[in-house]
Design a binder for this molecule. Structure first.
Ligand SMILES: Nc1ncnc2c1ncn2[C@@H]1O[C@H](COP(=O)(O)OP(=O)(O)O)[C@@H](O)[C@H]1O
Ligand SMILES: [Mg+2]
Length: 271
């Protein structure tokens, strides 16, 4: 299968800033792939996410979605139809005064009948468990509900590529679990995903992991391979799964790949 999404030597400098936001990133993604982009705060993840959806245009290099370039004005309409982004702060994304009109908003720019829009909105609300909140005001929802709403907004538009910028940040454990379950279902259904985060634990199911530092791609491999480099991962500002983190702090050999039972028996040996 051909590559559906390509970053070709993508560089971005914020106007007036001396530091490069993103520097010469290359990447190719097949349809259905799940890529994780990991890195410390300020490493360039959100800048790269905005470049991937066409919100920012590369200073040099190209972002290609299904052959369409974000640098070409005439290609943007197609790109906006194919790429959906869940922002780090969902509040900035909401435009309507109720949950159901919010989910309908994006669909109203498509050539659909009102019955088709109604059916798609109902399906989206049910899929993301928002039925009971249909008439609620988006800004008054809880953090987890806002996240579900921003996913529902995009899901009804059926984007080919879904970009998730820290989708689990600032959620309580119950909400994280609910959102994670929905995201697992989307992946199982073949959704192409790029998930930006600093937490390796969140993206252990990824096909590929790319690590960023100072705007550059510094490593590419599988989640398990990164877990085999726990010291390096930590130096890049990647947070490790808690069991690996504890094993590393205790100086246990091969700390990245340890499971909880092994950790407990190692701790017994230490005391
Ligand atoms: N609007 C902006 N103007 C100037 N510099 C910015 C802007 N947004 C981000 N940056 C800088 O770009 C770098 C990457 O930031 P960002 O992409 O937000 O990183 P991350 O999402 O990994 O925390 C940082 O040095 C940050 O200060
Ligand atoms: Mg960010």
């Amino acid at each position: 299968m051909g590559k559906f999404f390509i970053l070709d030597q993508v560089t971005y400098c914020y106007p007036g800033s001396e530091k490069t936001g993103v520097c010469q990133v290359n990447l190719a993604l097949k349809a259905g792939e799940f890529l994780a982009v990991l890195g410390a705060n300020g490493s360039g993840k959100s800048t790269l996410a905005r470049l991937c959806c066409g919100l920012l245009k590369p200073t040099s290099g190209q972002v290609l979605v299904d052959g369409f370039s974000t640098s070409k004005e005439e290609d943007l309409c197609e790109i906006y139809q194919q790429v959906g982004m869940v922002f780090q702060h969902p509040d900035n994304q909401f435009v309507a005064s109720t949950v159901e009109t919010e989910v309908a908003f994006g669909l109203e720019n498509r050539t659909l009948s009102s019955q088709e829009i109604r059916a798609a909105v109902d399906e989206g609300l049910t899929y993301f468990h928002l039925d009971d909140l249909k008439t609620a005001e988006p800004h008054y929802l809880s953090g987890g509900e806002k996240r579900l709403l921003s996913l529902a907004d995009l899901w009804v538009l059926k984007p080919k590529l879904l970009l998730l910028d820290e989708p689990l940040a600032m959620l309580d454990p119950g909400a994280r679990k609910r959102i994670n379950l929905r995201l697992e279902e989307l992946r199982a259904a073949g959704q192409t995903i790029i998930w930006f985060t600093h937490s390796l634990e969140e993206v252990m199911a990824a096909d590929q992991v790319m690590v960023m530092a100072n705007g550059r791609m510094v490593w590419l491999g599988s989640p398990l391979e990164l877990l085999r480099l726990p010291e390096q991962a930590r130096a890049w500002g990647v947070s490790l799964p808690p069991v690996s983190q504890l094993a590393l702090d205790l100086g246990i050999s091969n700390p990245g790949l340890i499971n909880l039972n092994e950790l407990v028996s190692e701790i017994w040996k230490l005391i």
